[in-house]
Ligand binder design. Structure first.
Ligand code: AMP
Length: 196
């Protein structure tokens, strides 16, 4: 299955994705992780990327798509993939659709994990204390939430129009959220979607 996971920073996407890839046995493609890997290199590209990411801004669409396409070419993505934090803009969603259609693997479902902004800020500030991520400080958190509202949330309508959106209430305990995700995925599997 090809699955997109949408949700604001701090919604719990990472945690739920780890559980879901184990269940479905597909790779977890987190663009945030991929970009942080690039940033660990000592290169001009790494420094250029850091100027976006450390400020809570989105990395350029075509660069992100290029990194994702490289991953999708690998054999491990033959059974499908779970996209975490990608796409984040309408342009990225269109680039992904074009790529998947060209490779005869259209997207099956887009999960939207919803959580109120006050809860998100609280969770992200807590994470900042333990993870030490450069982009988990109050100013950047506010900026990332603004970027989500303005640039990423239009994807909800984009995938609704395609009949592929599943809404998940992410404010509940982790196990309950995962149960809802499983129910949504099973519905698509029963319809025979995502089978090769
Ligand atoms: P995440 O780990 O998903 O919270 O991503 C951390 C940061 O990486 C984001 O705030 C963005 O700056 C950047 N990033 C991750 N995914 C994307 C994407 N699909 N497009 C552009 N920038 C991204």
């Amino acid at each position: 299955m090809m699955i997109v996971f949408i949700g604001p920073p701090g919604a719990g996407k990472g945690t739920q994705c780890r559980r879901l890839v184990e269940l479905l046995n597909i790779p977890h493609l987190s663009t945030g992780e991929m970009l942080r890997d690039v940033m660990r290199e000592d290169s001009a590209l790494a420094r250029w990327l850091a100027s976006y990411i450390d400020a809570g801004k989105l990395a350029p669409d075509h660069l992100v798509m290029r990194i994702v396409a490289q991953k999708l070419q690998g054999d491990e993505c033959k059974p499908g993939a779970l996209f975490d934090g990608f796409p984040r803009t309408i342009v990225q969603a269109q680039l992904l659709d074009d790529y998947l259609i060209e490779h005869h693997r259209p997207l099956d479902v887009a999960l939207n994990l919803q959580v109120d902004e006050e809860i998100l800020v609280e969770r992200l500030l807590k994470r900042a204390e333990t993870d030490g991520r450069a982009d988990d400080n109050y100013e950047t958190i506010r900026e990332r939430l603004r970027v989500f509202r303005t640039q990423t949330s239009p994807l909800i309508e984009y995938y609704t129009k395609q009949g592929k959106l599943e809404e998940i209430d992410g404010a509940r305990p982790e196990a309950e959220v995962f149960h809802s995700i499983q129910t949504a995925i099973t519905k698509y599997q029963k319809l025979g979607i995502g089978k090769q």
